[in-house]
Every structure is written in C-alpha cells, then in structure tokens.
Design a protein around this ligand. Structure first.
Ligand code: FAD
Length: 431
C-alpha cells in the first residue's frame, strides 16, 4: 500500500510507493540505482517545509534524517562538512560549540541543510546573502549512481547550490561558517510611511533589517538586528516576555484568533488595527541563531517574491489598493526583507539586490485569490518567486527571469536525462 506524505502548510500531498531512510551515501547510491533499474522516480525531502509541491513524489521518498552528523571541521578556515539531512535546528547549537555560526538564517530552523539550500532559503540583510551562499562544496548522487563532488572550481557550482532537488540527491555539504556572534535585536512598531521614508538608511545601517506590515493599516512591526562588539554580554529575553510575545501572542492567541476570523472575515481590518496598536518595543542580545529564528506554530500558506529594491514602494501601494478595493480581508502581516545580489544561478537574488515581499494566509482559509492578485503585482515588477513558496509560474517565465536558466536545464539534461528526480512541479518550472 502506498505511503502518505504531506507538507507543513498542508498545500501539497503525495503517495510515495516507499519511504526509505538511508544512513549513508552508499545507501543512497543503492536506492537510486535500484530505482533507475525499476523505472521508479526518487525524491529526497527535508522537513517538508516547502509550500509548493517541489518535494512531492509518487516514487521513492528519501528521508535523510539519519544522515545528520557533522563530518569534519576546519577551525582555521571555519569550513564545516555536514551530512545533508542535518536540520538547521540541530546544526546551529552544534556550530556554536565549535565557536562557529552560519552568517545568516531565515525565520525558522526545522529545515534540513539540503532542503534549505535547494530552494534558496534566505533571511534578511541589505548586504547579506541566502543560506546557499555559505555553501562551498557539495556531494551529489546522480541518476547514474555516481557520487559527484562539486566544489567552488567546478563548472556546475553555480547550479548545484540552489538546485530545486533536480540534479540529484545531495548527501554532504561543506559550509563556510563565520565565528559565532551575538546579535542585538531591536523590535519596535513604526508607521509604514516612516519606514518607507527611512528605508534606504534602515537597510544600509542595520546588518539585518525587516518589517511586517499589517494589511488594512499603516502600521508595521520592525526588526533591526545588529552584530555587537566583542565582549558584549548576552541579554536574552526574559522567560516571561518570551512566553508572552513569542508563544502566547504570536502562536496560541494568534491561532485562536485566526480560527474565529476564518468565519468572521469582516472583523479582520479592526482586529489588525488593534493588533498593530498594542505592539510594544523590545530589545535583547542573544546568540545569532536564537535571534534569527522564532517559533511558528500557527499553520499558514505563503507566497514570496524577490524584486528589485526600487520596486518596493510601488508594490506596497498596489497591495494597499487591492485591500482598499475590498477584495479580501487578510489577517497575516506582510513580511518585507532584503538581500544582496549573489552569483547562484537560480537564487532569487541572482545578480540583483533584492527586496522580498511575502504574503501569508491562514491554512484553513482560501489563499488563491489573494496570492493570485499578489503574484500579478509582483510579476509586473520582475518578481522571482521563492522556489518553495506558492506561485503558478512556469519555465517560460523563468527563462526570461534568470540569465543562467538554460544552463541549469542543460546540466539537468546531462545529469538526469530520464528525470529520475523529476516531479510535476519541476516539469512546470524547469520545462
Ligand atoms: C513556517 C515556515 C517558515 C519559513 N521561513 C522561511 C524563511 O524565513 N526564509 C525562506 O527563504 N524560506 C522560508 N521557508 C521556506 C523553507 O525554508 C523552504 O521551503 C525550504 O526548502 C524547506 O526546507 P526543507 O528541509 O523542509 O525542504 P523540503 O521542503 O522538504 O524540500 C525542498 C526541496 O529540497 C529538496 N531536497 C531536500 N533534501 C534534499 C537532498 N538531500 N538532496 C536533494 N534535494 C533535496 C526537495 O526534493 C525539494 O525539492 C519557511 C517555511 C515554513 C513552513
């Protein structure tokens, strides 16, 4: 009987013929060879935190959670070799013990290293990059059953870091880490016009700046995270404040509220005004990974696009007009982040300083009309969707939007001509 798989956002599901949990690269090779001989597809999944069906398979599903150790550390260079199934949640404190850290992270940490890099997972920072930029080498099991080492000199390096899982099974990753660091977090409410007026400075003057805009209001919650000088002490959030803000208000109460608002959608604008007006400022100093990451227990769906930074005021105006026209009331804040241009071929920030705008919808509410309207706005500004977040675009769009798209397709044809690692999502986005 087929197994059942579904993602975190409950926006994708599949029935793999088998779920296999290999413990070594050799076991991955054996599964891939066996699958190719039988004409079965194979797909590795991490934490199933992608909202798109990028990880879905009706073939053999590989869970790499038994491949989760640190294989080696070079403390002089800060390079760490890990098995690709290790989660960021496990990796971050273990790097800390080694005196190291990843330079930047997203909002949450359950993702596997391979899953996070494969979709271009990113955090924020006007001069900072997504997680895949910390990768300096990968080991990939190809459809031929070969074990390929791809380092910075390899001609396929640009394609292999954000590969959408299309080139093979990533079994090991070398990460260029930085010395462990503390971040000073300053979170405060700010009016949207004030944020937009000061935006260039806020992005340039903070290591990591982001903000959440409450739809139907002109209010935002801003986050300014900055590295502190050596010798600064940790000043973590008190346990009560952490529980109140991050557990009770952001999760338990927000879940209860969203259940009510699913049935009382006309209340949402008023509720958003109240929610934005009760925000208060807070400051703390903690390990980088404790500051970057927050618990997210309210299930939602998300769509996020990267755009040129200059587009941001127009994008937010157009979203505000859409809300103003009364199409839909939305309770989840819109998240806005920034990253610097990079050289990863399918990175959403490829060769472009980017702003990211993310729209969310509670998982029990229909997201389709809202996300479709947002996608129209984003694509009118040359938006590139996050590969793991909902969108309906296809290869024709991406071949215009990514300068190296055709090169990725060529490498895929060479490495996986029989589409052993294919699925419907990859057929749509890669052609
Ligand atoms: C609550 C929540 C918060 C999030 N926050 C952020 C954020 O702040 N920033 C951001 O950019 N994204 C964010 N995301 C999106 C998430 O980071 C990405 O979708 C990421 O890819 C999920 O990692 P995963 O381990 O769950 O991978 P999965 O979703 O399981 O897989 C993603 C892709 O990686 C491939 N893959 C996994 N393992 C391997 C392997 N070993 N070899 C080859 N391919 C592999 C899969 O086949 C699939 O194509 C968030 C998602 C959720 C649900």
């Amino acid at each position: 009987m087929a197994e059942h798989w579904q993602n975190w956002g409950r926006s994708a599901e599949a029935h793999p013929v088998r779920i296999v949990r290999p413990a070594s690269t050799a076991e991955v090779v054996a599964v891939v060879r066996e699958a190719v001989a039988a004409g079965t597809r194979v797909k590795a999944v991490g934490a199933s935190h992608s909202f798109t069906a990028i990880a879905a398979t009706d073939g053999i599903l590989l869970r790499l959670d038994r491949m989760s150790t640190i294989l080696g550390t070079d403390t002089t260079t800060g390079r760490v070799r890990v098995q690709a199934g290790i989660s960021l949640h496990d990796l971050n404190p273990r790097l800390r013990v080694l005196g190291l850290a990843l330079p930047n992270l997203g909002d949450v940490d359950p993702q596997s290293v391979a899953g996070a890099i494969s979709t271009g997972t990113h955090g924020t920072g006007g001069a900072r990059f997504g997680i895949a930029n910390a990768v300096v080498g990968l080991q990939v099991v190809t459809a031929a059953g070969d074990v390929l080492e791809i380092d910075e000199q390899h001609p396929w390096f640009g394609a292999a870091r954000v590969s959408l899982g299309a080139l093979g099974i990533v079994t090991e990753v070398t990460l260029q880490c930085v010395p462990a660091f503390l971040l000073h977090a300053r979170e405060e409410p700010m009016a949207l016009p004030a944020v937009m007026e000061r935006l260039d400075d806020l992005v340039a003057d903070n290591d990591h700046f982001e903000f959440y805009w409450f739809p139907h209001t002109e209010q935002t919650s801003t986050k300014q995270n900055n590295r502190v000088p050596d010798g600064t002490d940790r000043r973590p959030l008190g346990r009560f404040r952490h529980w109140l803000d991050d557990e009770l208000l952001s999760n338990t109460a927000f879940e209860a509220l969203n259940r009510v608002l699913t049935r009382r959608r006309s209340w949402i604008p008023r509720v958003n005004h109240v929610a934005a007006s009760v925000l208060s400022a807070r400051e703390y100093v903690d390990e980088s990974y404790e500051v970057f990451v927050s618990p997210r227990r309210v299930r939602f769906r998300e769509s996020e696009f990267a755009m040129p930074r200059a587009a941001l005021p127009h994008v937010l105006d157009e979203l505000a007009s859409w809300f103003g026209a009364g199409h839909e009331n939305v309770s989840f804040p819109i998240e806005v982040r920034f990253t610097a241009a990079d050289d990863v071929w399918l990175s959403t920030s490829h060769e472009r300083d980017s702003c990211y705008v993310a729209v969310h919808q509670y998982w029990r509410s229909d997201h389709r009309a809202y996300f479709a309207a947002a996608q129209d706005i984003f694509t009118a500004h040359e938006g590139r969707p996050h590969w793991g977040k909902l969108h309906t675009l296809d290869a024709a769009y991406f071949s215009d939007s990514y300068a190296r798209f055709d090169d990725v397709v060529t490498i895929r044809d060479e490495l996986d001509p029989g589409r052993t690692f294919g699925n419907a999502y990859l057929e749509r986005v890669l052609g």
